[in-house]
Design a protein around this ligand. Sequence first.
Ligand SMILES: C[S@@+](CC[C@H](N)C(=O)[O-])C[C@H]1O[C@@H](n2cnc3c(N)ncnc32)[C@H](O)[C@@H]1O
Length: 183
Amino acid sequence: MAQDTLLFLRQLLTSPRQISAIAPSSRWLARAMAQGLGPQTGRVVEFGPGTGQLTRGILAAGVAPADLTLFEMDAEFGSHLRATFPGVTVNVAPAQASTRLEPGVGAVVSGLPLLSMPLELQRAIVGAAFTILAPGAPYIQFTYGPRPPIRPEIIAELGLKVEYGPQVWLNLPPARVYRFRKA
Ligand SMILES: C[S@@+](CC[C@H](N)C(=O)[O-])C[C@H]1O[C@@H](n2cnc3c(N)ncnc32)[C@H](O)[C@@H]1O
């Protein structure tokens, strides 16, 4: 785990804007993000797994490795994820490339720094998620700030319903979990 933190800090120094966080997510945040997921969820896609903190939470919830597909842009993280999570599909590719997957995905779990991205990029990423999600399936995202992590104009364009999940104090910084579904 200390090795994960070192890798995270090294990549943070290399690409601060892409990482946009001061530390990997805690195991408590990972548990809250994966709440309600399990074998019954079917295929799950994760955006921006980094060192794999949320990935661990998703697998611990009971999602089978064969049902989990990751999209991570950073090649170093990609190699680390492949070595750490056998059986999980790791794409070293942007989250927007997930549109090539078969639709009918049971959940998208995102650790992306969505609010620090330009509007068009956020629109492309969230749009990609709702292209592959099954009807009513959740897009799960945390944020450190007081506002929902998807911009209001995108929520309106896609007709999303916003669910406020738990506030996780045991994380640096504390974070809130949100779930978004197509109404
Ligand atoms: C804040 S870190 C989160 C890491 C991890 N999910 C966690 O919670 O500890 C954001 C991660 O998203 C990745 N990332 C940023 N933009 C991306 C994109 N468009 N597609 C896929 N991954 C991206 C970064 O390389 C980084 O690994």
